[in-house]
Design a protein around this ligand. Sequence first.
Ligand code: GRF
Length: 206
Amino acid sequence: MTRIAVLCSGGGSNLQALLDAIDAGRVNGQVRLVLANRSGAFALQRARDRGISAVFVSRKEAGGEAAFNARMLALLRQAEIDLVVLAGYLPMVGPDIVSVYRHRILNIHPALIPAFCGQGMYGHHVHQAALDYGVKLSGATVHFVDEQADHGPIVAQRAVPVLPGDDTQSLAARVLAVEHQLLPESVALFCAGKLRVDGRRVVVVE
Ligand code: GRF
């Protein structure tokens, strides 16, 4: 069974969607560790409520970028993690971790990459940029994490309409609902060994 760590910064609704999918038997994996870079992140409480190891680790708490990533890597190795899932996690993952977990770190982004992504594109900033641009479709993307923000090979995407009268809240809610489907589906494919990376392309094999 795939041993999963989930990294969060906020409320953890994507974490919850993954945990619910595991309980429903749709994902052959086990969340063994939840890390958050904010001590008050409700995602930590969601983990504790289920008896899952929940650890606050941040750049400041660890004493700098290098120590932060070293501590993160040590925690992942100690838990013998196979797959790292970034679920509403804001900091960049250090290159050492990306290298050790090449094609074993998944991220969910609330837009159709390569649109509205990269540094500074998180939360409502993403949806505001989509509304400002006047796109008719937005959506969610799950991708493998590499050394650049929101840049690695794309695993799955799902579109939602941008409707007249949308504001960032209504668009965010519509996208979030799709995130809660797409992330567990993508993790399930990984756990089933069905994802093959060919350059920038990800192929789902049966
Ligand atoms: C949301 O903006 C979501 O679109 C993005 O991260 C933020 C918080 O998600 N993936 P969560 O509720 O903490 O999973």
